[in-house]
Design a protein around this ligand. Structure first.
Ligand code: G4P
Length: 530
């Protein structure tokens, strides 16, 4: 059996697409799946327009805003490889969610709009990849539309994020007049043919260099010269530089027309790292063929309106998962039965009978689980490090409008916290009944309020607190000092961290001048807590 596990793990590629909203993530997801022929025609994954949506649109608010708040995983097979494509929330307010998803992947595809290049949300997500050492492939999308100069886009990668590109393909024709790509490694040109609405896999034709030159004259010449320029400037493909995150393989395409998508899939299969042993809390690697282990990176509730169930998404780290097995939750030591296990992508569900390292399983009836939990199958037991938090930058006191619903309120808050929808802070001074919600982005408050109302029947009031400066308090002795100064407040997060909140840096500075020993660690709101 261990051999089987190793073989299965070796054919997994688990990745996420990171991009700014509108760069074409849904379209690319659809195109990738189309290539793998899990879908008979493009349009079944996309949640927009009148196409049937598989994208997670279970939350009304999500639909209203047209953004994806929830995350799920799509699995498909391509050339004997199992691709696990994890969805990442697109909105900046949900970077904590995204961080958790990125903790469950082995590589990422950074998707850029040819006309826009690096955009704010892409930069933020890329930072997370760099921080976690996740290798990144770059796909420049929408080359069928007028856009920027390819050399200019390469320059931007090198200068702004110190991620020099290593082109695997180079576009033949400027953005807007896209015929095909120069295949840097194989040589020659891959020419694409348009299909009606990009609804089927775009037929490709391979042209030798000479023929490409004969038929695409100046454009071919330009593609050759430009790509050579980048290659000569340190852009030769180097596998180690990709793996250590110091350079990125670069491809061009148009997801909507399915141009370049096959190349991207092939590159993923060939280059993207396969699952590796994950380090446990003691920095020991959990070998892939050790007994089953997984960690929960995402919780989601109420996907099915008829049964408000809770699904925990867990990434398998070692061993073989078999539906029906009873696993142990390393945090509580309690058993967890896995009778119902699903693969969930939006509203589509299919039952999972077995899974291997790199796969994502959706565990149903998972109210006993929390984000960051480790699950394992008996001995030897294992616990993976929890997922780090993002420093919150927005704070609000939450209370139920109807005090008669205090019990439901408490239950709801506990639930939202276990899913990581908001962080929950408390202090003796404010009392148990009035928790403070803390968030990276204010939209998290809206989601929390909406869900408390819709799922727990508790309408809440949220009073925003004026704090903008946040620190971690390292010496609890100063709690009193801060609170009696009336310049700030100390609140304790459920994970035990004491957060000292101040209206601004001036308030903190004034206090520090009075109390030289005031021990606090700087946190950057919206960034990963070190
Ligand atoms: P997102 O998930 O990253 O937010 O982006 P999405 O795929 O929804 O794409 C955003 C818009 O960009 C869509 O247009 C989509 O059709 C378009 N698009 C994606 N890839 C390409 C491409 O390769 N070429 C061109 N020309 N357009 C592309 P929309 O008008 O907002 O939506 P729709 O009506 O087309 O669904």
């Amino acid at each position: 059996m261990p051999d089987r596990v190793l073989d299965e793990a070796a054919r997994r590629r688990t990745f996420a697409v990171i991009s700014h909203p509108d760069a074409g993530k849904s379209t690319l997801t659809e195109a990738l799946a189309l290539h793998a022929r899990v879908l008979t025609s493009a349009g079944a994954v996309h949640g927009k327009g009148n196409r049937r949506g598989v994208t997670s649109d279970w939350l009304e608010m999500e639909q209203a805003r047209g953004i994806s708040i929830t995350s799920a995983a799509l699995q498909f097979e391509y050339r004997d490889t199992v691709i696990n494509l994890l969805d990442t929330p697109g909105h900046a307010d949900f970077s904590e969610d995204t961080y958790r998803v990125l903790a469950a992947v082995d590589s990422a595809v950074m998707l850029l709009d040819a006309a826009k290049g690096l955009e704010p949300q892409t930069l933020k997500l890329f930072d997370v990849c760099r921080h976690r050492g996740i290798p990144v492939l770059t796909f420049i999308n929408k080359w069928d539309r007028p856009g920027r100069d390819p050399l200019d886009l390469c320059e931007e990668l090198t200068q702004r994020i110190q991620l020099p590109p290593m082109p695997l393909t180079w576009p033949v024709g400027i953005a807007g007049a896209f015929d095909g790509v120069l295949d840097v490694r194989e040589g020659g040109m891959v020419r694409y043919e348009r299909t009606a609405g990009g609804a089927t896999v775009a037929p490709e034709e391979r042209l030798a260099g000479q023929q490409a030159h004969a038929e695409h004259g100046d454009e071919w010449q330009q593609a050759t010269e430009e790509s050579e320029l980048v290659l000569a400037d340190g852009g030769e493909f180097d596998y180690d530089r990709f793996l250590d995150g110091s350079a990125t393989p670069l491809l061009f395409g148009a997801a909507m027309l399915n141009f370049g998508v096959r190349h991207l899939l092939d590159s993923l299969i060939e280059l993207a790292p396969r699952p590796q042993p994950r380090l446990d809390t003691g920095q020991r690697p959990r070998e892939l063929d050790a007994p089953f282990s997984a960690f929960v990176f995402k919780m989601q509730t109420g996907m099915d309106r008829a049964h408000r169930d809770q699904v925990a998404f867990a990434r398998v780290c070692s061993g073989r998962f078999e539906r029906g097995m009873t696993v142990t939750n390393a945090r509580t030591g309690r058993a967890f039965a896995t009778k119902y296990v699903q693969q969930v992508f939006g509203q589509e569900r299919s039952t999972v009978d077995e899974a291997y390292p790199g796969d994502v399983i959706g565990l149903v009836n998972a109210s006993a689980l929390r984000v960051g939990d480790t699950l394992h199958d008996g001995k030897p037991s294992v616990r993976f490090p929890g997922l780090p938090s993002f420093a919150p930058g927005h704070f609000a006191v939450a209370r139920p409008k109807d005090l008669g619903r205090a019990k439901q309120f408490r239950k709801g808050v506990e639930q939202l916290e276990s899913e990581g929808v908001v962080q929950v802070l408390r202090s003796e001074r404010r009392g148990e009944g009035t928790p403070i919600f803390a968030a990276v982005g204010p939209m998290q408050f809206e989601v929390a309020a909406h869900r408390l109302d819709a799922e727990f029947g508790v309408a809440i009031e949220l009073d925003r607190l004026p704090y903008r400066t946040v620190r971690r308090l390292t010496d609890p002795a100063y709690r009193k000092v801060i609170e009696s100064s009336r310049r700030g407040e100390v609140l304790t997060r459920t994970d035990g961290t004491d957060l000292a909140l101040f209206t601004d840096e001036v308030a903190l500075g004034a206090l520090q001048r009075q109390h030289a020993g005031l021990a606090v660690t700087r946190l950057v709101a919206g960034a990963i807590e070190e």
